[in-house]
Design a protein. Structure first.
Length: 314
């Protein structure tokens, strides 16, 4: 397909690449992948992986906060990649659009363990890029359930749609080499939610159970607010183990004071003394509930300090 004209002066250090020293093939490959060959890059510049732009116009972004601690953003969804000396832990996988696995493997060459904060598809959709994933037993019930038929079709076209699920619980710790990550069950927004506490970054990863936009608690048959309150008490009791919080949406990292704000707000809602907002508007949520679906009906927003909860009266 390409003339195999060898460039004897090829400056690229990737000698193992099959296109090494074949400039025409290399440039064509990089045009397709959306970033320039190494010989055409500016030293130190960060290039976006344009090949990962989804049909919805989103793209994976990435940045390193603490050492070897990466945020991978996809629209308003965050995944996290914690790289140890032996292995890496990927917390959540967004919707799985684009080629998430390649994106992750451009950050680290360590074996990647995939784990989920809970079973909602905006956190598990990319799991089928890998052969297995770790999550709670309750999360496993929902993890392969896409939000739409289109997403289900995409899931089935991915490399491992029947990926193996390994169950985690409060006794689970991931040893990544030089850093350990502890699992803390915190089910409320979802019955299978867990938090992760990382010994190296001293970050607490909370999924959808604590964030700066709002926590959604729409089940009226069980008292999610009571469960959430108990979870906040649990996280407060562990606050000597983390310095800041990394949620899955709406800003990261955020201050650990949010835990006590949410605890107070939960107490107020349970006591009926909460301050309700005039409408449901908030970071990542519209002013009015949807006309149908899970985000419809009588939804109220209550706030205290940095904490905000959307719930249905019970
Ligand atoms: Zn969720
Ligand atoms: Zn979510």
């Amino acid at each position: 397909m390409y003339k195999s004209v060898k460039n004897e002066n090829c400056p690229c250090r990737r000698n193992e690449c099959e296109r090494h020293s074949n400039c025409e093939a290399c440039v064509a490959n990089h045009r397709e992948r959306g970033y320039p060959p190494s010989c055409q890059r500016t030293e130190g510049a960060v290039y976006r992986n344009e090949a990962n732009i989804s049909e919805r116009g989103y793209i994976y972004g990435k940045w390193m906060g603490k050492d070897d601690t990466w945020t991978i953003s996809y629209g308003n969804v965050y995944c996290y990649l914690l790289v140890g000396t032996e292995k890496a832990l990927l917390i959540d996988t967004a919707y799985g659009e684009g080629d998430l696995r390649r994106f992750v493997e451009e950050i680290t060459d360590k074996p990647v363990i995939v784990a989920n904060t809970h079973g909602h598809f905006d956190h598990t959709g990319g799991n089928p890029w890998w052969k297995e994933a770790y999550m709670s037993a309750e999360a496993a019930k929902d993890a392969k359930r896409a939000f739409s038929p289109e997403m289900q079709t995409r899931l089935e076209s991915m490399p491992y749609p029947d990926y193996k699920i390994n169950i985690i619980d409060e006794n689970t710790t991931f040893d990544l080499g030089g850093r350990t990550v502890q699992v803390v069950p915190i089910p409320a927004h979802h019955g299978g939610s867990v938090a992760f506490i990382d010994s190296a970054s001293r970050y607490l990863f909370t999924g959808d159970e604590l964030e700066a936009g709002q926590v959604l608690m729409f089940l009226t048959e069980t008292n999610q607010i009571q469960a959430h309150k108990e979870n906040m008490e649990k996280l407060l009791s562990l606050s000597h183990l983390y310095d800041a919080i990394c949620p899955a949406h709406n800003g990261t990292p955020i201050n650990k004071k949010y835990v006590s704000d949410f605890l107070e707000l939960d107490k107020q809602i349970l006591a009926g003394t909460q301050e309700e907002m005039p409408n449901t508007a908030g970071f990542g949520f519209p002013p009015q509930p949807a006309s149908e679906g899970p985000f419809s009906g009588d939804i109220r927003r209550a706030q205290y300090g940095g904490a905000s909860v959307l719930y249905k009266p019970f």
